[in-house]
Design a protein around this ligand. Structure first.
Ligand SMILES: Cc1ncc(COP(=O)(O)O)c(C=O)c1O
Length: 351
């Protein structure tokens, strides 16, 4: 993508990385941290995460981005079925296919402008699909932004049978102040995946972790992860960042800007005639009257790029995911969309 194009496709913190990240990385390079293996046990990394999120360091497994989790979970847990709540992050489907696992997809139910999980759909599956299985759900979900309440997650668990594990991907949870998060839950049927990518806007560093309510499970998974899977520079950034005294203020400002700008975009998009779904994440799923690839082409010609959401199950060429950015960029997007709607209306195509 040309640097002139404003990227509304990749959701992350609109404030960009905390200012201290550059400093930490420069110090790490000066001290040539990259010439040393990271600590195989990742003690300081675990301690920093445990202290920040108030969890037991023995219940954590370091990850090379949360996307690494399924590559570890599938061969170690050896599920016989994967159940995925869709539409969601595509890697779940890729990993199921790679492992040759049957994949059951359960659609979210759309109620007005909300995507909701109906646990009765899962509870009514034949019992072989609820036994020795992995249930995968992202919370908040990508690409819809829907936040599923804990009580619904508990209902899913109550219908699951022997050796089923609920894997909740919480890559965007920090943006909600960890509302409905299962991090710290003392239940060995739950695994939580966490990413530092989105909240700190550090896509290239590849760093996250997994939490499980069972220390035994954490030790088992830890024993099978790739050695030194998180690199030395990423470790230094996370250890120092989680202790940085400006972090509380950065997170507060992040939540505020995301909420204010999401609401601004939501209201303006609705008034232009777009359907906008309820989101608790730093992006919005929208429905428009002009389908992809035309919609994307029109925006690209105006220097804007949004995520074509038609590649997600149950969505259509009329769906796009739009990241929440800072006000100037958001106004630019709205202006281009307004012109597009105006032209489409003249041509008889309504948003
Ligand atoms: C729901 C979800 N989980 C995980 C990831 C990947 O995160 P990471 O960069 O930590 O691997 C993404 C990336 O878009 C995502 O949307």
């Amino acid at each position: 993508m040309s640097p002139q194009v404003i990227d509304f496709s990749s959701p992350s913190n609109p404030l960009g990385p905390p200012p201290i990240v550059d400093e930490i990385l420069l110090d790490s390079v000066r001290s040539r941290a990259y010439t040393r293996y990271p600590d195989y046990e990742y003690r300081a990394f675990r301690e920093a995460i445990a202290e920040f999120y108030n969890v037991d360091p023995g219940s954590l497994v370091p990850l090379n981005g949360s996307a690494e989790a399924l590559q570890l979970l599938i061969p170690v847990l050896k599920p016989e079925v994967m159940v995925s709540l869709e539409p969601t992050f595509g890697d779940h489907r890729v990993q199921a296919r790679l492992a040759g696992l049957p994949l059951v997809t359960i659609p979210y139910v759309v109620k007005g402008s909300r995507f909701e999980v109906d646990p009765s759909v899962y509870c009514n599956l034949p019992s072989e699909f609820r036994t020795r299985s992995l249930i995968l759900l992202s919370n908040p979900n990508n690409p819809t932004g829907a936040l599923t309440p804990k009580r619904v997650l508990e209902e899913l668990l109550s219908c699951s049978k022997d050796n089923t594990v609920l894997v909740v991907d919480e890559a965007f949870s920090d943006f909600t102040g960890n509302r409905e998060s299962l991090l710290g839950l003392d239940d060995d049927r739950v695994i939580v995946l966490r990413s530092f990518t989105k909240i700190f806007s550090i896509q290239g560093l590849r760093v996250g972790f997994l939490y499980t309510g069972s220390r035994r499970m954490a030790r088992l998974l830890d024993g099978f992860r790739q050695p030194w899977n998180v690199n030395s520079l990423a470790v230094e950034v996370i250890v120092k960042l989680l202790k940085w005294d400006g972090l509380g203020e950065y997170l507060r400002a992040t939540m505020e800007v995301v909420e204010v700008e999401r609401l601004f975009l939501e209201e303006r998009l609705r008034s232009l005639g777009f359907e906008v779904y309820e989101s608790k994440a730093p992006f919005l799923l929208i429905r428009h009257g002009v389908p992809h690839p035309h919609f994307n082409k029109e925006l690209l010609e105006n220097g804007l790029f949004v995520r074509d959401a038609s590649t997600f199950p149950y969505l259509t060429p009329y769906h796009s995911r739009v990241s929440v950015r800072l006000r100037g960029d958001n106004i630019r997007l709205l202006k281009v969309l307004e012109e597009l709607v105006h032209r489409s209306t003249l041509e008889g195509v309504h948003a």
